[in-house]
Design a protein around this ligand. Structure first.
Ligand code: KG4
Ligand code: ZN
Length: 330
């Protein structure tokens, strides 16, 4: 049975996993740098790269020892080739290339968002055409997937990613990075009180900067007037508006591009209200909501996606550059 060793280092998690072709997870190790970046209110790229350097060898050794296998038994090495923070991507790339070179293994460069999408296969086989709502710290995309090699972005954000807006709004109300999960929690205690504008964008695209700025302006105004900010209600108001756009556009996308299945992918897919709204409002389609541990960055997702690359003979050479920006369509 073929086995892949996969490395993920695109942002602030250093991760390594070993999985076999039946998608059994032999080991999965993730270390997060969140505590360090939280002090600065967001990910500091230079610190992230340095921490990846410190962690990567230990994480790979730990994954091998947990899986109780040697490098000789591995059939291919996969790593996140992009998109992400360039310095962070380089570290995982160098580690993967070194292992592939030394042990003479094929090398697979996986698109980070394909990892977020394909990890849903751990729950059930994907049916095509497939619609993916990709919502993370860096991306907000509706992706129409004809088969495992053909991806088409049919909607994207014109400005900020949804996770980025969550993190920014959280920051101004004094919540630590990453703010998404904290806003999710706070808004459960919130109610309809503050009025924020509904983002309006034609077609299937998104825009979150107007909503984000309106939220920040409201906070400023309340502070200026010495009025107390009800954080729960503010989190509620922001979240309801942001998520309603995701739901509306996903519904519209499915009308234009009928699909057999809808999957959620990326960090914001962990949002409890988004999961509730998707289940309640999107009907007549098979839906996969990934378990929370599969929403945020990990290397298992890179390994699962890598098997598609392996089956389609898509390998990279040692001189393949890591790419900070990389379309899922390429
Ligand atoms: O996919 P991910 O781990 O990293 C990227 O590839 O960007 O996503 C991280 C993003 C952060 O912006 C974080 O605040 C957001 O996902 N996030 C959430 C939740 N959990 C994580 N946003 C809203 N609600 C959540 N429960
Ligand atoms: Zn991610």
């Amino acid at each position: 049975m073929k086995k892949i060793l996969a490395i993920e280092s695109s942002c602030d998690e250093t991760a390594c996993a070993i999985i076999d072709e039946e998608l059994n997870i032999l080991s999965s190790v993730v270390t997060s740098q969140i505590d360090v970046h939280a002090r600065f209110g967001g990910v500091i790229p230079e610190i992230a790269s340095r921490m990846h350097v410190e962690q990567i060898s230990t994480i790979v050794s730990e994954a091998l020892s947990k899986a109780d296998i040697t490098m000789e038994e591995i059939d291919a090495i996969a790593y996140t080739i992009g998109p992400g923070l360039i310095g962070s991507l380089h570290i995982g790339g160098i580690a993967a290339k070194t292992l592939a070179f030394f042990y003479d293994k094929p090398l697979i460069g996986v698109h980070h968002l394909k990892g977020h999408i394909f990890i849903n296969e751990l729950l059930k086989p994907l049916s095509y055409p497939l619609m993916a709502l990709v919502v993370s710290g860096g991306h907000t995309e509706l992706v129409y997937i004809e088969d495992d090699q053909n991806f088409k972005i049919i909607g994207t954000t014109l400005d900020d990613a949804i996770g980025e807006s969550y993190d920014k709004v959280a920051r101004v109300i004094g919540l630590e990075y990453p703010g998404g999960p904290k806003i999710d929690k706070l808004s459960k205690e919130g109610k309809k009180h503050y009025d924020l504008p509904t983002p309006k964008v034609d077609g299937l695209n998104f825009s979150f900067s107007g909503l984000k700025n309106a939220t920040l302006q409201l906070v400023k105004k309340l502070e200026k007037n010495n009025e107390e900010i009800n954080k729960e209600d503010l989190a509620y108001a922001f979240q309801e508006k942001a998520l309603s756009c995701l739901i509306d556009k996903t519904k519209k996308a499915l009308e234009i591009y009928p699909c057999k299945m809808l999957v959620l992918a990326g960090g914001v897919a962990a949002n409890s209200r988004l999961r509730e709204l998707v289940s309640e409002e999107i009907k007549d389609i098979d839906i996969i909501l990934p378990p929370l541990k599969y929403c945020t960055d990990n290397a298992t997702m890179i390994g699962v996606a890598a098997f598609h690359y392996l089956r389609n003979n898509k390998f990279v050479k040692f001189d393949a550059p890591s790419l900070a920006n990389m379309s899922i369509e390429d």
